[in-house]
Design a protein around this ligand. Structure first.
Ligand SMILES: Nc1ncnc2c1ncn2[C@@H]1O[C@H](COP(=O)(O)OP(=O)(O)O)[C@@H](O)[C@H]1O
Ligand SMILES: O=P(O)(O)OC[C@H](O)CO
Length: 502
């Protein structure tokens, strides 16, 4: 369309995360040219509830696009395509005529639909949902959030039934906004997180929609993760029509950005939560150990699947140390404090602030601290909080190995918290595998850029992308097996005790 004159040399990736929105320009080597980031407000209306204002998110996205362009001096016409990646599951419902959300976006972490989930389970629907969607009935996923909005917002259900309301996860909302309401679409990876999408037949599941009372007219069209969905509205400040050419949920995008293209390759992302995904190729492997079966991406006319372990609280536990307990000034300081002590002296922090995901799936458990003595210091407490990320990841890895039958020797890592060398070393010690941190730790944004770039011919194929992946640092296990085992046993005891306290 309107890209003329200047040769497009960049892909713009929009990473709409749980706590911030980012715009990142990548060049053809897959290197970051410029980044802009903006945090937005978190709403906690009741204990366990987490909400976002979708308009604020849209403003934050416009802000980071403007910043990345003006600060880098890159012209819109130099952008070959836009890739979108997003916090998954977070559900927004808006009026298709006014573009106004009818309620705050209900965030993936929010527990406000736990009762709806219990009612579905009591009807004996767990197996049906699991078989069709690869997921468990849990407040984490979008389906019950849509139902909650339709049940609680005055007149919403009637409007939805008249076809006046649209649903989307953040990818859908942003593509709709960027195209001026022309495209109401999502990709396979995001659809697979909604609890209403049949991941085997690749269609919205009418029976599941019936159980949740969701009209099909609200739902976006499901497309591949790498294709042109539409063009940015020319009146929008790009001033030109840029193809929006790739979309994937952030964890699947990270799997792609880490070039985990072969069956059995896995990555773990340490952001607000922690998510480990293993590529399982064209097999949707059902889990026996509390993992999720999910779509990795749709590409070249087929979908590939992944097994996923989801940890709800990881980096956000470090934010809690910073903002809630005021023990540290910045997340980075946690490393310095943790290294000042040789161990936690038996202290365990179980950061189950919004329940526990894989492998426990317990909505009601809440955070707990064990092993305090008069000698416990702030350093022990901070170290124990950091270690909890590694223990939760160990729980997930064990489930992953059990379900896939694959023993991992290497784990690729990314996300905000992987800058923490203490955590990475402890992680390798706990897992007994090599933890590989890549040069580009913004792999989520990179994955979305790759998906968009493949669609517009900016990169040739996956082999070209895989060749760009480079390790920054590999952390090898140093801890003795006996110590590793006794520390992990302590964690299991702590989790069990937290689960018993309800
Ligand atoms: N050096 C660090 N040590 C531990 N945690 C960190 C460090 N730096 C950032 N974090 C954590 O990483 C998270 C931010 O990572 P990011 O990938 O941007 O998350 P998200 O995409 O979920 O918003 C925050 O929760 C923060 O507390
Ligand atoms: O925003 P992040 O990076 O914590 O990712 C959130 C996940 O997509 C939730 O499933």
């Amino acid at each position: 369309m309107a890209i003329t004159g200047t040769k497009p040399s960049y892909i713009l990736s929009l990473d709409q995360g749980t706590t911030s929105s980012r715009a990142i320009l990548f060049n053809q080597k897959g290197s970051i040219v410029h980044t802009a980031q903006k945090e937005f407000k978190q709403y906690f209306p009741k204990p366990g509830w987490v909400e976002h204002d979708a308009n604020e998110i849209w403003l934050s996205i416009q802000g980071v696009i403007a910043a990345v362009l003006s600060e880098s001096g890159v012209q819109p016409a130099e952008i070959a395509g836009i890739g979108i990646t997003n916090q998954r599951e977070t559900a927004v419902v808006w009026d298709r005529h006014t573009g106004m959300p009818v309620y705050h976006a209900i965030v993936w972490q929010s527990r406000q639909t736990a009762d709806i989930c219990e009612a579905l389970k009591a009807q004996g629907l767990s197996d049906l949902f699991r078989k069709r969607t690869g997921l468990l009935i849990d407040a984490y996923f979008s389906g019950t959030k849509i139902k909650w909005i339709l049940d609680h917002v005055d007149g919403a259900r009637e409007k939805a039934e008249r076809g006046d309301l649209l649903f989307g996860t953040m990818d859908t909302w942003l593509i709709w906004k960027l195209t001026g309401g022309k495209a109401h679409v999502t990709d396979y990876s995001n659809a697979s997180r909604t609890l209403i999408y049949n991941i085997h037949e690749l269609k919205w599941d009418e029976e599941l929609l019936g159980h949740l009372g969701i009209p099909a007219s609200m739902l976006p069209e499901v497309r591949s993760s790498s294709e042109v969905y539409g063009y940015t509205q020319e009146s929008f400040f790009f001033g030109s029509a840029i193809p929006i050419a790739g979309a994937a949920g952030d964890q699947q995008a990270a799997l792609f950005g880490q070039a985990c293209f072969e069956k059995g390759m896995a990555k773990n992302t340490y952001g607000t939560g922690c998510f480990m995904l293993m590529n399982t190729g064209n097999h949707a492997i059902p889990s026996r150990s509390g993992l999720l079966t999910t779509i990795a991406w749709g590409l070249n006319g087929k979908v590939e699947y992944a097994l996923e372990g989801s940890i709800f609280v990881a980096g956000s536990a470090i934010q809690w140390l910073r903002d809630g307990l005021r023990m540290i000034k910045s997340a980075k300081d946690s490393e310095e404090y943790a290294k000042r002590v040789a161990s936690t002296d038996g202290v365990y922090v179980v950061p189950a602030f919004v329940g526990l995901g894989t492998p426990y799936w317990d909505s009601d458990v809440r955070g707990a601290v064990f092993g305090l003595t008069r000698g416990t210091s702030k350093e022990h407490f901070i170290r124990a909080t950091l270690e909890s990320l590694a223990y939760q990841t160990k729980d997930v890895l064990q489930a992953m190995e059990d379900d896939s039958g694959i023993q991992l020797t290497k784990l690729r890592v990314d996300g905000g918290a992987v800058k923490n060398d203490f955590l990475m070393q402890f992680q390798s010690d706990m897992l007994g595998v090599t933890v590989e941190r890549p040069v580009i730790s913004e792999t989520t944004a990179l994955g979305a850029a790759f998906l968009a770039g493949l669609a517009v011919g900016f990169w040739k194929d996956q082999a070209e992308i895989a060749a760009q992946w480079q390790v920054d640092e590999a952390f090898e296990r140093e801890m003795e097996t006996e110590l590793q085992k006794s520390l992990y046993d302590g964690w299991k005891k702590a989790v069990n005790a937290a689960m018993a306290f309800k």
